[in-house]
Ligand binder design. Structure first.
Ligand code: DQA
Length: 152
């Protein structure tokens, strides 16, 4: 049987604190809860997931570089680095595969400094405001993007 396409799911700084961090904004699910949900939904979509988190910008850059050959698509919640990191933007631009950016919160309803993300300039699409369910939506979008690419 052919190997399922692999989706790298990257989580940026402070997302390891989900469940205790500003729960009115980010909800009570922990990152481990979200990982379990992603693994379950990915299986139903015939995708494999590699779920990671880092508080370090350079580590995220390295993982994106490795995904050039090691993954079929990237889902990224860049956290605050989305608003600041040209390095993440450059790495995502090189990835040459579908990229879905997601944010738990609706960044457009929040402080003005959260309205812009550099990373979205390299994203195929952006999902925000659906809480932890956004990860499921991102995987569903990714399944479609990967199958479109296979058909092309
Ligand atoms: C976030 C939104 C960012 O503005 C913030 O810095 C985060 C989380 C979200 O998932 O809503 O760390 O990416």
């Amino acid at each position: 049987m052919a190997k399922p396409p692999k989706v790298l799911i990257l989580n940026g700084p402070n997302l390891n604190m989900l469940g205790v961090r500003e729960t009115a904004i980010y909800g009570t699910d922990t990152l481990a809860d979200i990982e379990r949900t992603c693994t379950r939904r990915a299986k139903e979509l015939s995708l494999a997931v590699d779920f990671r988190q880092s508080n370090l910008e350079g580590e995220l850059v390295t993982w994106i570089q490795e995904a050039r050959t090691g993954a079929d698509g990237i889902v990224i919640n860049p956290g605050a680095y989305g608003h600041t990191s040209i390095a993440l933007l450059d790495a995502l631009r090189m990835a040459d595969k579908p990229v879905v950016e997601l944010h738990l919160s609706n960044i457009h309803r929040r402080e003005a400094f959260r309205h812009h993300t550099y990373t979205s300039q390299a994203a195929t699409g952006v999902i925000c405001g659906f809480g932890a369910h956004g990860y499921v939506l991102a995987l569903e979008a990714m399944a479609e993007l990967i199958s479109e690419k296979d058909r092309a």
